[in-house]
Design a protein around this ligand. Structure first.
Ligand code: MRU
Length: 355
């Protein structure tokens, strides 16, 4: 049965003088190292360098970063000055990565609590921010559990499940989104097989998803990204489940580059394509996926594998980290509030805003 799925990816240790602890995901699977972070600059760097990655985990890191940015301010400093410092800190953290909306969602939430009328001094503000950041972490863990429970019915015994990138415990507070669904199905005693795309260029599937599935005792096989179509043709895949970094009001969803191709392949083979994501990943302020900013990352991530250069030094490189899957290709969005079948603006608004 389930061996280990509740690995805590990121947490706050101690009180206001404490620090952030996170698993350095750039080192896995070779080395499991937990790093301690005590300042906002290092949090931003950790997000940029993908030491902490995955949309919900990035949001949690940013919330803790906001606390770190403010905590050295004297308790008796004017509270307006502290609020201004918080804004500057959040603006700074917001420049770390552009696509995952959870980052901006968490920073907005931190700034919103700072405006509460009962806060009238800097010490209170700092304490309130720490409580809020810890709540964001804990709520994410709970959302992943609920989301997993809602999605588990979509997996049947004997299924072949394809996933891309890493949407597991490492990408969240713990447990995960796409992998959370698989963990929940496994916990219910279902036997199924997961095919894991390696996920070029940074190999989150090969390095992280296989590691998590092994920890949980779920059968899995690693494949190269370009093998997915052949496996579908061979009848090995019954469903695809991925996570998301930002879902627009109409259900168009950004996720790791290569996800869109999988959705098209799945449609061609009549295989359901699912996206699992908490409500913090929805961005109802944008009508569709064309408004989602797509991060472009350094050429070296493509020209090099580890320290090995695999392309001519002066080659032109294009390295978008995400793509957008139009909602028409998504059979359902699996959220902590329930499953949205055939997602569109109306059914998303109904569930996500309770409107
Ligand atoms: O660049 P990354 O590794 O942060 O990209 C992560 C993904 O694309 C995940 O699928 C997504 O954030 C969902 S995580 C639950």
């Amino acid at each position: 049965m389930l061996k280990r799925v509740n690995i805590k990816t990121i947490k706050w240790v101690g009180g206001m003088d404490g620090h952030v602890e996170l698993i350095d995901q750039t080192l896995l699977p070779g080395e499991f190292r937990v790093i301690k972070i005590k300042d906002v600059e290092t949090v931003r760097q950790a997000i940029k360098r993908l030491q902490v990655r995955g949309a919900p985990a990035i949001g949690i890191a940013a919330a803790f970063g906001a606390v770190l940015g403010l905590r050295r301010m004297a308790d008796d400093a004017p509270v307006d000055k502290a609020r201004q410092k918080l804004k500057e800190t959040c603006d700074y953290l917001a420049t770390s990565r552009p696509t995952a909306v959870n980052l901006f969602w968490a920073l907005q939430r931190m700034q919103k609590v700072a405006t509460e009328s009962k806060i009238d001094n800097t010490r209170q503000l700092k304490d309130r921010l720490l409580v809020e950041a810890i709540d964001i972490r804990d709520e994410d863990a709970a959302m992943c559990q609920a989301l997993g429970a809602h999605g588990a019915d979509l997996i049947s015994p004997g299924d072949g499940v394809l996933t891309h990138c890493n949407a597991g415990g490492l990408a969240t507070a713990e447990y995960g989104t796409a992998l959370g669904v698989m963990f929940a199905a496994h916990q219910r005693g279902k036997k199924f097989h997961v095919f894991v795309d390696e996920t070029r260029p940074l190999l989150q599937g090969a390095r992280l998803t296989t590691w998590e599935l092994a920890q949980a005792g779920i059968d899995h096989t690693l494949i190269c990204d370009n093998m997915a179509g052949a496996l579908m043709q061979q009848g090995k895949i019954n469903l695809v489940i991925t996570g998301a970094d930002r879902i627009a009001a109409n259900g168009d969803a950004a996720n790791k580059i290569g996800t869109y191709s999988l959705a098209l392949l799945a449609r061609a083979h009549n295989i359901p394509f699912y996206i699992a994501a908490p409500s913090s990943t929805f961005d109802l302020s944008i009508p569709d996926g064309s408004h989602i900013p797509i991060e472009e990352r350094p050429p070296k991530e493509i020209t090099h594998v580890g320290s090995n250069c695999i392309a001519p030094a002066d080659v032109n490189v294009y390295n978008p980290a995400f793509d957008v899957t139009p909602h028409q290709y998504i059979a359902a969005l699996i959220t902590e509030r329930g499953v949205i079948h055939s997602p569109d603006s109306e059914n998303i608004r109904r569930l996500i805003t309770n409107a």
